[in-house]
Design a protein. Structure first.
Length: 282
């Protein structure tokens, strides 16, 4: 069973506001290794398999820098299919000399961190086999230990890096929120359940027993407001439900909470308590 397919609910696509489309497309294709699926004067859709959009980039007018102190994006997380692909990607990133922000062993996964030209955070990671995860009464043990880069790089193949593999998917999104308690209530209504807490300031939630489809933290954003329209960062992200029945249940749960739901043509959207825009798809 895939954690990012039937019968689970997961994050499938993230839409980012950026300041310069040409610059960002070059970064996401040459440095990250995604492909352009479609492109217009102000917008580009990026893919790994040539079919499914993972990231949408939108150049906004009069763009201003994100202070990092408001709600919104902490990072997007691109999930690779195996450790060898992560090793290949790390070797490629080291060859480009693009600055990395970190590299961690989370017990359930190994991860590399960097940011795009506008400061939007990016994690590229590979999961360890599920049977190695330590689970206790509905929680999954995670940590932030230094990545053993030498051991990882020893796993890389001999082929040249030609981009992220087609099996790459949006593994999770990590959000900055104003309140963990309010956020947990909202995302529980969508069907996500807590699997790990870092004190009172971070929460990791999922469906189907994954280590997390969504991360939430208040490290820099407790009690904060949402970014302005012209700040670079998160515009929307898409939560994909397995079927109409599951989505309708989530919508009814949100209405019970008093959450406003908007439907335009075939798109259903809502705001989480921190004003992050969530698209509800099937």
């Amino acid at each position: 069973m895939s954690f990012h397919g039937q019968p689970n609910t997961f994050v499938s696509e993230v839409h980012l506001k950026i300041s310069n489309l040409t610059q960002s497309v070059q970064f996401y294709t040459n440095i990250i290794g995604l492909q352009v699926l479609s492109k217009s004067a102000k917008m580009a859709s990026l893919t790994a398999d040539g079919v499914n959009t993972l990231v949408v980039l939108e150049e906004i007018d009069n763009a201003t820098a994100n202070t990092g102190r408001k709600s919104g994006l902490y990072h997007i997380a691109l999930l690779l299919p195996n450790r060898q692909q992560l090793a290949n990607t790390l070797y490629h990133l080291l060859e480009t000399r693009y600055p990395l922000q970190g590299a961690s062993d989370h017990l359930v996964s190994e991860a590399i961190y960097l940011a795009d030209p506008d400061g939007n955070g990016i994690e590229i990671y590979a999961d360890r086999p599920e049977e190695t995860w330590k689970k206790y009464d509905g929680t999954i043990e995670m940590a932030t230990n230094p990545l053993n880069a030498e051991d990882l790089l020893a796993q890389r193949g001999t082929e040249s890096f030609v981009g992220l593999p087609p099996e790459t998917m949006m593994g999770h999104i990590h959000l900055q929120v104003s309140s963990i308690k309010e956020s947990e209530e909202f995302y529980q209504a969508l069907g996500f359940h807590a699997v790990n807490r870092y004190g009172l300031q971070a929460l990791f939630i999922s469906t189907g027993g994954y280590h997390h489809h969504i991360g939430l933290n208040t490290w820099n954003s407790a009690g904060s407001t949402a970014p302005s329209e012209n700040e670079v960062g998160l515009k929307t992200f898409t939560v994909k439900f397995p079927n109409e029945e599951t989505r309708n249940l989530a919508i009814n749960n949100l209405k019970t909470l008093g959450t406003e739901i908007t439907q335009r043509e075939n798109q259903i959207s809502t705001f989480d308590p921190s004003k992050n825009v969530v698209l509800l798809a099937i």
